[in-house]
Ligand binder design. Structure first.
Ligand code: AMP
Length: 394
């Protein structure tokens, strides 16, 4: 039985509180408008871009007075980024509904806890080791071998807080770069996987355990940051089914409510879990125009206890991330099937400032659109991997 949360607003409308006011919160607010939802976003920055689409409360997540103010204005709280302190999520959860639950958030915040859970559930992972000290790093490199990658256990994202170790001489450099964080956020060493492909499963689970996954997405990263996503991934049905089964097992084990993404490497035909993102995910942006129900709408439905929408794709979609600055939209705005998303942020190196989704009825039509877009936007390099995949018809 679906349990719909009671609404507190005088007119019976729900107010959804979002911790974090970036583009994910912004797209949640935009998706919630047709459902008649209201929003309250909390962020530490007064120019958080979701504040252009929803009321913004500026405050520190560790400040209980600010949290109490936020909690008093909302019916349910959720997150737009996973690095909200787990203690703050727990504090809110003692006073009102919070989804996903803070326990799931805490596991997803710590690469060691997350990988240990993958192992417990029989989900293959690259070999890994905890690295509390410099001596432990030497031991871990000896045990795991090179190439490997040293990462912070907590607070890393988009390839930040990571250092590759290709040869012996890199071990000192890796420790110089990250060693100071061994005693604070912790460090983990893992095999550097020479993967052939990267996939993500974006999935949603409701209060009653109803579970849906969008078609598997193939992703390409540049310097650890997502550049391009293609969906549905051109992959054999057994691989896709195995990926979804892993996501389902995780969602059940965590009693997860809402949307999440499971990032996977594919190496020698085997899926290896990289990480779990406990929120709507960049690799699911294509669902706004490319699926029956977007990840943003289904996340809202899930946290409110509403029935979930179908996750089937509508044709084929490719999402291009705009990092640092937006290209000129003119050529895409006049292309049927092209959809532009400007997050309202000022340009900055490495910053996700927008994306575009190209949608077409067939893989061949998408390839033609992508080719055109690459030329028109001078983004030939960015679209190349998806074009190669589509033309190989894999
Ligand atoms: P993460 O922050 O762990 O999601 O890493 C961002 C991206 O860096 C991944 O999507 C991969 O492209 C790359 N990466 C991270 N960890 C590894 C690894 N162990 N082996 C190979 N590539 C990795």
């Amino acid at each position: 039985m679906t349990r719909v949360l009671p609404a507190s607003a005088a007119d019976g409308r729900h107010v959804v509180g979002i911790l974090g006011g970036g583009q994910l919160a912004r797209m949640l607010a935009l998706a919630g408008a047709p459902l008649g939802l209201r929003f309250m976003v909390m962020d530490t920055a007064d120019d958080a871009c979701a504040g252009q689409c929803a009321p913004l409360l500026v405050g520190d997540f560790r400040d209980h007075a600010a949290l109490a103010d936020f909690g008093g204005r909302i019916d349910v709280a959720t997150f737009d980024f996973e690095n909200v302190p787990a203690e703050s999520a727990r504090w809110l959860a003692e006073r009102g509904p919070v989804f996903p639950n803070p326990g799931a958030l805490a596991i997803a915040q710590d690469r060691m806890a997350e990988k240990s859970l993958f192992v417990e559930l029989g989900i293959a992972v690259p070999p890994f080791a905890d690295v509390p000290t410099r001596a432990a790093l030497d031991d871990a490199v000896a045990a795991i071998g090179m190439p490997c990658i040293l990462k912070t256990r907590r607070l890393g994202y988009d390839g930040k807080g990571q250092h590759r170790i290709r040869e012996r001489a890199d071990v000192d450099a890796a420790w110089d770069a990250l060693g100071a964080q061994a005693g604070t956020v912790g460090l983990i060493l893992e095999t550097f996987v020479a993967f052939e492909r990267e996939f993500s499963v974006v999935a949603v689970r409701g209060h009653d355990g109803e579970f849906h996954a969008w078609p598997l997405t193939e992703n390409w990263h540049v310097d650890g940051v997502l550049s391009l996503s293609l969906a549905p991934a051109q992959v054999d049905p057994r691989t896709a089914a195995a990926a979804v089964a892993h996501a389902h097992a995780l969602a059940e084990r965590l009693d997860y409510v809402g949307v999440f993404a499971l990032e996977l490497f594919c190496h020698d035909g085997q899926l290896l879990a990289n990480e779990l993102a406990p929120r709507v995910h960049n690799s699911g942006h294509w669902t706004i125009e490319g699926a029956e129900t977007s990840q943003f709408e289904n996340h809202l439905r899930a946290v409110l206890g509403l029935p979930l929408g179908a996750t089937a794709s509508i044709g084929h979609a490719c999402m291009l991330n705009w990092i640092g600055a937006l290209p000129s939209p003119a050529s895409l705005l006049s292309t049927a099937g092209a959809h532009w998303h400007d997050y309202g942020k000022s340009p900055r190196d490495g910053r996700k400032v927008g994306h575009a989704t190209l949608r077409a009825d067939s893989a061949a039509a998408l390839a033609a659109m992508l080719h055109q877009a690459g030329l028109a936007l001078d983004r030939g390099d960015q679209v190349a991997p998806a074009l190669a995949r589509l033309s190989a018809g894999e």
